[in-house]
Design a protein. Structure first.
Length: 388
């Protein structure tokens, strides 16, 4: 049977047709240009490299390790990984390839590949765009990154109705450490928090040391005032817990001051990528969309694998997801065939304006270009553009 009758793309992989490609490319250019105005330098990273270079996150993030395609390099016999996330590669650049003193800001855009889709009806080959800030552990760095993320989404047309969620893994992590819980108990608690299973949480925490505090963390995860009021004195006196709490409070206040119309929600037990993030976490949602438009957080020490541990914070988004449902009809002007100097000059003048001009070939007519919107016609000796 010929391949023309059996050919299929793998599940979760799709062609990008001209209409969507136009929108995606416009988003990519606008986003990178915006990030450049904020001081983020563009880097390109290889699509595939030795798995050791990609393992700086995989060691602490099993989800990323499972998402990474692995193949054998036929030149060296070593194991290669196809990047599932560009953050480890940018961390390698900061730590090993381009080590600068002080704060470094990088941005990137490129295709990544996942072994399985990360959500319903999502691609396995997202076009990931993101920004990373290395070298600062201050709240100012987190606030800047959240502000950059929101501003970038605004340039992409998401100015109204978006919702920002803030969390901090340090609250749960410090409480676990204070209570001396084992890994199994920690994992079970994390699962209960993620599922918002309050009845199960109430029952499970009854026998735990500081069980009332673990329950309060889940029960009042979205209300910092109520959470503080229901915590024990001993936990509130824990320096790590209190610092994480204050980071969330301060970040919320500063972002709200910059974006007064933005709805900001708090969820201190949103523990996605819990073993990867080390501090503040943030995600932006839009109405009628289950998956976040963009998400990120702090992941200090990520460069340690490459010999240079640095504070780091960053965010990323999928340009395919951002472009969903968007299409801007652009003018396509059809010009008659011919090499007359006045026609050639008229075509060149229109193209200098950034418009698309297609000149007819051979026996072609307007029907050969079904997506044409205008045509170039000669009226009283002058070439003019008319709508079709």
């Amino acid at each position: 049977m010929p391949i023309s009758e059996t050919w299929l793309l793998p599940d979760g992989v799709a062609d990008v047709l001209p209409e969507q490609a136009q929108v995606i490319e416009t988003l990519r250019r606008d986003a990178l240009n915006f990030l450049a105005t904020r001081g983020y330098q563009l880097v390109y990273t290889p699509f595939i490299e030795y798995i050791e270079s990609l393992s700086s996150l995989s060691e602490s993030n099993q989800d990323l390790d499972l998402a990474t395609f692995k193949v054998i390099d036929q030149l060296s016999g070593r194991l290669l990984g196809v990047r599932a996330d560009m953050t480890p590669q940018v961390a390698r650049i900061d730590a090993h390839v381009h080590p600068v003193e002080g704060v470094a800001r990088y941005c990137y855009a490129g295709t990544v590949l996942h072994t399985k889709p990360r959500g319903f009806n999502t691609t396995r080959a997202p076009l990931q765009l993101g920004a990373e800030l290395f070298g600062s552990d201050s709240i100012d760095a987190d606030v800047e990154m959240v502000d950059v993320m929101l501003s970038l989404l605004e340039t992409a047309g998401f100015a109204e109705g978006i919702h920002l969620d803030l969390g901090h893994v340090g609250l749960f992590r410090s409480l676990v450490k204070h209570a001396g819980l084992n890994k199994d108990t920690e994992a079970h608690l994390s699962d209960l928090y993620q599922r918002k299973a309050l009845p199960e949480l109430a029952e499970f925490t009854q026998e735990l040391k500081f069980g009332a505090d673990f329950f309060a963390l889940g029960r009042y995860a979205s209300d910092l005032d109520a959470l503080q009021a229901n915590l024990s004195t001993e936990i509130w006196a824990d320096a790590a817990f209190k610092q994480a709490f204050e980071v969330v409070q301060t970040t919320q206040a500063q972002i709200q001051a910059r974006w007064p119309k933005l709805h900001i929600g708090i969820d201190v037990v949103e523990l996605r990528s819990y073993h990867y993030h080390t501090g503040l976490m943030y995600a932006v949602y839009a109405p009628n969309r289950a998956a976040p438009l963009a998400q990120g957080g702090r992941y200090d020490g990520i460069g340690e694998h490459f010999g240079r541990a640095r504070p780091a914070t960053g965010f990323s988004c999928d340009l395919f997801a951002l472009s969903a449902g968007q299409f801007i009809q652009k003018a396509v002007i059809v010009a008659p065939k011919g090499l007359d100097i006045d026609l050639v000059q008229a075509i060149a003048a229109i193209r200098r304006q950034g418009l698309s001009v297609i000149q007819l070939l051979g026996n072609d007519d307007l029907n050969s270009i079904p997506y044409a919107t205008h045509q170039l016609v000669k009226t009283q000796g002058e070439w003019t553009v008319e709508k079709i």
